[in-house]
Ligand binder design. Structure first.
Ligand SMILES: [Zn+2]
Length: 253
């Protein structure tokens, strides 16, 4: 089905040079990764709020590490869906495009997005809680799946994700803010816009006067600002809009 954008949005898309895609859990929902509940298995009834914290890691590092080993395996078994692939295609459409994601599953990267800012870190890497040395999560789990591997400095490796109660990586968030402040087009995809400070990027984009597009099944606190709002899952709504943007930018192809 061919979908056309409205005339005002087409004009903004045609002239846009800097684009930010802001993605949340909804983008990975169609890859089966939006929630870790109801997935079956040992960890089904665990609450992320009780395991994804520095306190939980201090109190029971083995339990937290095993939980992340399980989540990491689920991520490895999952595949990028049409939403991830459509986001990656935008790199060929606009001169500058940055993908700012709240997801830790690495699926944007696997789909081919290169200019990626992972606000909440990534489950595909681990780092030492003492010296900060980073390593591949899969290798760390292969070395020790039952307990976090011990670093040569004596510290312990933990997943390179931002836990509840931890600050976002400062440099990553600063780059996300800078990209947003200077963008012409801002796509908010699969995010409820309720987790701060990440959600503040939508406010920044609005203040910057960017053309705003939102794709999310439910309305968000920012829906009233949107130039285009689609109440659909990302994997359903995004591919046709990216095709429309491609036609708009490259009318001869
Ligand atoms: Zn270390």
């Amino acid at each position: 089905m061919t979908v056309e954008l409205s005339q005002p949005v087409r004009e903004r898309v045609r002239s846009a040079e800097r684009v930010v895609v802001f993605s949340g859990a909804g983008v990975s929902r169609e890859s089966g990764l939006d929630t870790f509940r109801g997935a079956g298995g040992l960890w089904e009834r665990m609450r992320p709020e009780e395991l994804a914290t520095p306190e939980a890691f201090r109190a029971d590092p083995e339990k937290v590490w095993q939980w992340y080993a399980w989540r990491y395996r689920r991520v490895c078994e999952a595949s990028p869906n049409p939403a991830h692939k459509s986001v990656a295609r935008l790199e060929a459409v606009f001169p500058i495009i940055r993908v700012v994601t709240q997801n830790v599953d690495g699926l944007h990267e696997r789909a081919g997005s290169r200019d990626l800012l992972e606000l909440h870190g990534t489950i595909t890497r681990a780092f030492c809680n003492r010296c900060g040395q980073r390593r591949d999560m899969g290798e760390a789990i292969a070395e020790s799946a039952a307990a976090p591997p011990v670093c040569s400095c004596g510290g312990r490796f933990r997943p390179a994700v931002v836990w509840f109660g931890e600050a976002l990586p400062e440099d990553v968030f600063r780059q996300a803010c800078e990209a947003t402040e200077s963008c012409d087009l801002f796509l908010s995809v699969g995010t409820s816009g309720t987790v701060y400070p990440a959600a503040g990027l939508i406010e920044l984009a609005h203040q910057a006067g960017a053309c705003l597009i939102e794709i999310n099944p439910e309305p968000t606190p920012f829906s009233r600002w949107m130039d285009l709002r689609l109440t659909s899952p990302a994997g359903e709504a995004l591919p046709a809009r990216v095709e429309a943007m491609e036609r708009c930018r490259c009318p001869t192809t």
